[in-house]
Design a protein around this ligand. Structure first.
Ligand SMILES: C[S@@+](CC[C@H](N)C(=O)[O-])C[C@H]1O[C@@H](n2cnc3c(N)ncnc32)[C@H](O)[C@@H]1O
Length: 263
């Protein structure tokens, strides 16, 4: 198992160099402006609608995984008092720390395999954000959401804004039902679209039912579940696009009662 995570760590460290070339300057200049946000893509209105319904004022928030922190720093604009981002990539965490310094926000970043986040963070968070391209790096969602649940305080909330498993079917990555692992031999530069020889990484397909069942087993109650025909990566080339869900939002709340035996 450690080979999977060490492989993914190396592949993401490698990818960050390309992301930095494509977007680094834009982000470091952007975060000098206190009103800057990366939630300004055409489709972000669905996310902003949900965020506006949540009260993040004075809250302690996290993003797992957080990549270079740009989304977590953007979330801080909703009034959170403290943010902590976790990611396995050393290069991503290094960039995140630089951006936090530029933005002058109370956000810290920790390099860690999400599945091994230390117990000192248990029950620490009011809100955890999980976004685009996160879940598929974890072979077992019960383990991943088990950690998310452990880190949430009682009644802590999550928001998942993710690529729908159906979208990967159009991406020609896999069958909807075949878990993998899969590799990205041409790299992970979804910003600059530069192809390079990627070190081997391990990506896993999870069906929508896998995601929902893993949340339920982790004592996270689904409060809202919405599906959209939004192509988050913007590179699906099919006229079937409008006929299938391509992304989704789940808002959930920790409910420790769900873990109680029923008899
Ligand atoms: C596609 S990004 C998703 C994060 C964010 N939505 C973004 O777009 O930047 C995937 C991130 O997952 C991280 N990652 C992969 N496996 C991980 C693990 N086991 N623990 C923590 N982070 C992990 C990678 O380093 C990468 O930053």
């Amino acid at each position: 198992m450690s080979d999977i995570f060490e492989g993914n760590r190396a592949a993401w460290n490698q990818a960050l160099k390309y992301h930095q070339m494509a977007r680094g300057q834009h982000l470091s200049t952007g975060f000098e402006n206190p009103h800057f946000t990366t939630f300004n893509r055409d489709y972000d209105h669905v996310l902003l609608e949900k965020l506006n319904q949540l009260d993040l004022n004075g809250k302690t928030i996290a993003q797992i995984p957080c990549n270079n922190g740009r989304e977590l720093l953007s979330l801080m604009r909703y009034g959170a008092k403290e943010a902590i981002g976790f990611d396995i990539s050393d290069a991503a965490i290094q960039q995140a720390r630089q951006l936090a310094q530029i933005a002058k926000l109370n956000a810290t970043f920790t390099q860690a395999n999400a599945l091994e986040i230390p117990t000192e963070y248990n029950s620490r968070f009011d809100f955890i954000f999980i976004s685009q391209g996160s879940l598929q790096w974890f072979p077992c969602l019960d383990e991943y959401f088990g950690v998310i649940s452990r880190l949430l305080n009682d009644a802590g909330q999550i928001l998942i804004f993710e690529i729908h498993p159906f979208a990967y079917f159009f991406d020609n990555v896999t069958s909807y039902f075949a878990k993998g692992p899969y590799n990205y031999p041409k790299g992970l530069d979804y910003f600059g679209n530069i192809e390079y020889d990627s070190s081997e990484c391990f990506w896993f397909m999870h069906k929508m039912s896998d995601i929902i069942n893993a949340l339920r087993r982790s004592s996270i109650e689904i409060m809202e579940f919405d599906e959209y025909n939004i192509d988050m990566d913007g590179n699906l080339d099919t006229d079937l696009k409008d006929k299938f869900p391509l992304s989704y939002i789940i808002v959930g709340k920790k409910n420790s009662w769900l873990a109680m035996p029923t008899n």
